[in-house]
Design a protein around this ligand. Structure first.
Ligand SMILES: [Cu+2]
Length: 123
């Protein structure tokens, strides 16, 4: 009787440990998020610059800029870098990122050809 009871208890504890462990491992798994950000980039140099910075930023899985549409696709880990931090990072390089506008001083640091209006009118 006592043996059966102990066996039940052991099974219960084992099951408990397994479920807890499973839940914890699920939580620890980092889910990455994908966003498309509208930027003020204009050419291949802008592309190299933005991708160069972002692809070496912690928490960013990859960054890919489509030059003709100015759309930047970023896959990132929200627990490492937030969307606003990401946009600020782009703005710091000198480009607008959606609602986050680049500062005048940062825009002026860009090569002349990459500054707004160099290739086409800023909209
Ligand atoms: Cu450029």
């Amino acid at each position: 009787m006592n043996l059966i009871f102990n066996l039940k208890k052991t099974t219960f504890i084992l099951l408990f440990i397994l479920t807890t462990g499973f839940c914890l491992s699920q939580k620890a798994e980092v889910k990455s998020q994908k966003v498309i950000i509208k930027t003020s980039t204009q050419c291949g140099m802008c592309k190299d610059k933005v991708e160069g910075v972002l692809n070496f930023t912690k928490g960013i899985v990859y960054a890919d800029l489509d030059v003709p549409t100015q759309r930047l696709t970023v896959k990132f880990k929200p627990n490492k870098i937030s969307l606003i931090e990401l946009k600020n990072k782009i703005a710091n390089i000198g480009y607008d990122a959606d609602d986050v506008k680049a500062k005048e001083e940062d825009v002026k640091k860009l090569p002349k050809c990459c500054q707004p209006g160099a290739h086409f009118k800023k909209n």
